[in-house]
Each structure stands twice: as C-alpha cells, then as structure tokens.
Design a protein around this ligand. Structure first.
Ligand code: ZN
Length: 213
C-alpha cells in the first residue's frame, strides 16, 4: 500500500491517488464532478479541440509531459459546490492553483512528480466497466431516478436528484470543453425525458452496472 496507489473515491465512481483521497475525506468527502482522468480520455479532449470539433475547448496535450496535467496524474478533483466546499478542502491540505478555476483542487506541490495514468489498477477495471458514460434511468413503479455508470447511484428523493442535476449543469456551463464527456441529467419534471424501467429491468441494469454504491 502506497500513498501513490490509485483507489476509488468512496461513494463515487471516480478514482484518485490515495493521498488525494485521504485529504478529500478529511474535507468531509465533498461531492466531485470529476477526479482522475485517464490518458486516453485527455487525448480525446485534446484531439477534439485540435481538430476544431464542436463542443471542444482548449485542452492540455497529454503527450507533452512538461504540462501539469494534474487530473491525468490522478491528484486533482473538481468540486460540484466550490463556494461551499473549497475552504474545507484547503483546511485539509489541498490547494487551488487556478484563480479562474475555483472548483479545481489538487495536492500541493508539482504534480509532475506523479506519472500520467494510462489504465486503472487491474483490481478496479472490472468494477469500472471500461469508462462508460453515465445514463439516467427512471423506475416506473415509484419514479425514483438512478445514475447508471461505474456503479449505480439511486437518488432517494426528487430533491436529491435536482441538486445533482443543478451541480452537473452548472459545472458543464463553466467547463464547456467537458460537454462531450459528461452526461447532463435530464429535467425530471417529465417522465418522458427518461427511459422508464420496470422493476425487473431496473434490477437487471443495476446488476449490469456493478451494483448500487
Ligand atoms: Zn480540474
């Protein structure tokens, strides 16, 4: 076991190095919109931007290791509620190096002392299911909404879902370059916005996505 190990952030489908996770937990495990980002995902963002594809904004080149690339080195996270949670993160020893990205927290010091991450540890790959994009389903019997990705998050109340939806929507507004890689939760007022599942299909999808976290 080492501080550099890549582990899951408990209660999420995201990953980071153990020393980042320790500080994040000391800060009260604040909700994150993203954390560790594999090399290939960064390359997809960079290539999309370089090719001038719609929806892609400037992104760092993961093949230029002089860049900081803190997410790709798995020592950074983006807060869903920076106004509420940034101070606790700083008290827990994380830093915010970019004034123009108040949501971005990372380990102090030069992130280049950590390697770029090209794949998750073998023990985590099975759970993660290959980096699938989140999909939102609604259970027809009681209207509960779930986020199905690397593991399943079921929202206990409509309000829980609306908080989640607001946080993701605001985050994508501020990070237009991530638009293609983050699934925006649909408006919950209309059940037609969702794939509605029977209890049986809901249980099946939970099994396929590795269980509820
Ligand atoms: Zn960030």
């Amino acid at each position: 076991m080492s501080a550099r190990d890549i582990i899951r952030l408990p209660g999420t489908g995201m990953y980071a190095r153990r020393n980042f996770v320790t500080s994040w937990r000391a800060a009260g495990s604040p909700p994150l919109v993203s954390a560790g980002r594999l090399y290939l995902e960064q390359k997809r963002l960079f290539d999309g931007w370089r090719a001038g594809l719609p929806g892609f904004n400037p992104a760092d080149d993961p093949d230029d290791e002089t860049q900081r690339l803190a997410h790709v080195r798995f020592v950074a996270g983006d807060l869903a509620n920076p106004a509420r949670d940034a101070a606790a993160c700083e008290r827990a020893g994380l830093v915010r190096p970019y004034a123009y990205e108040p949501w971005h927290v990372e380990l102090p010091g030069d992130p280049r002392r950590f390697n770029l991450v090209r794949s998750l540890p073998t023990s985590e790959k099975r759970r993660r299911g290959g980096g699938m994009t989140a999909q939102y389903y609604r259970r027809a019997s009681d209207g509960k909404i779930g986020r199905f990705a690397d593991g399943v998050k079921v929202f206990g109340t409509q309000e829980d879902y609306q908080h989640h939806r607001f946080a993701v929507t605001e985050f994508v507004k501020k990070n237009p370059h991530l638009k293609g890689s983050i699934a925006v939760p649909p408006l919950d007022a209309d059940p037609k916005n969702f794939v509605n599942l029977s209890d049986h299909d809901w249980a099946l999808q939970i099994a396929v996505h590795g269980g509820v976290y």
